[in-house]
Write a protein that binds this ligand. Structure first.
Ligand code: IMP
Ligand code: MG
Length: 190
């Protein structure tokens, strides 16, 4: 399919499934190198629902033992300029003393990962890293700078692909809850 329609919007093919799989291969090579020989298996923290498909791909490529847990958060605009997140579900495993790898579908403004890192640290996680399928570096930089945070200090440690500030659907990503099921990734048609 070259274009798909989700609700009222048309999206055009953007990232082919095969190219996405190669990018996931590469990021998992890095995880495998960094987590080889871990004494205690890290927890892969799948952020629902967007990271479901990415989590499944990552799990199949890991050469080290890992456990899986889920978390669902929702963002809100709080009294702080950065806004915040609240946990709607999970984390479904106790993270106290654990090494956690947050698996995200996409890092856009950075609000979610900045808050999720501190939420998990607050629950006693020993170490928190972020592995995201897609990363929008321009949006990330602009938004964190606007809220007075240093983008370099909050970068995701691992990402499979960088993309410009386009709105996309597919491979787990939704537009108002639909469009997650496509094996390829589509961007909003201008
Ligand atoms: P952030 O907090 O702005 O970094 O955004 C993180 C969340 O926003 C992701 O987990 C996605 O659920 C959603 N999101 C950001 N960009 C897109 C997009 O292009 N398509 C669909 N969802 C997106
Ligand atoms: Mg979403």
């Amino acid at each position: 399919m070259d274009t798909v329609t989700v609700h009222d919007k048309t999206f055009e093919k953007y990232i082919d499934h095969a190219a996405l799989m190669e990018a996931i291969d590469r990021v998992c090579d890095r995880l495998n190198a960094d987590y080889a020989g871990s004494t205690r298996p890290p927890i892969l923290m799948c952020t629902l629902h967007g990271a479901l498909m990415f989590t499944s791909e990552v799990m199949q490529r890991l050469s080290f033992e890992a456990r899986v847990a889920c978390i669902k958060v929702s963002s809100y605009v709080g009294t702080h300029s950065t806004g915040g997140i609240t946990s709607v579900l999970g984390p479904t495993k106790d993270v106290k003393g654990e090494r956690v790898i947050i698996l995200e579908d996409i890092v856009d403004t950075g609000l979610t990962i900045v808050n999720m890192r501190s939420m998990l640290a607050g629950l006693g996680a020993a170490d928190v890293k972020v592995c995201t399928m897609l990363f929008k570096p321009e949006s990330f930089r602009t938004h964190l700078e606007k809220t007075g945070l240093c983008p370099e200090e909050h970068l995701p440690e691992y990402y499979a692909m960088e993309i410009p500030d386009d709105f996309i659907v597919g491979f787990g990503l939704d537009y108002n809850e639909f469009g997650r099921n496509y094996p390829d990734i589509y961007k909003l048609k201008q």
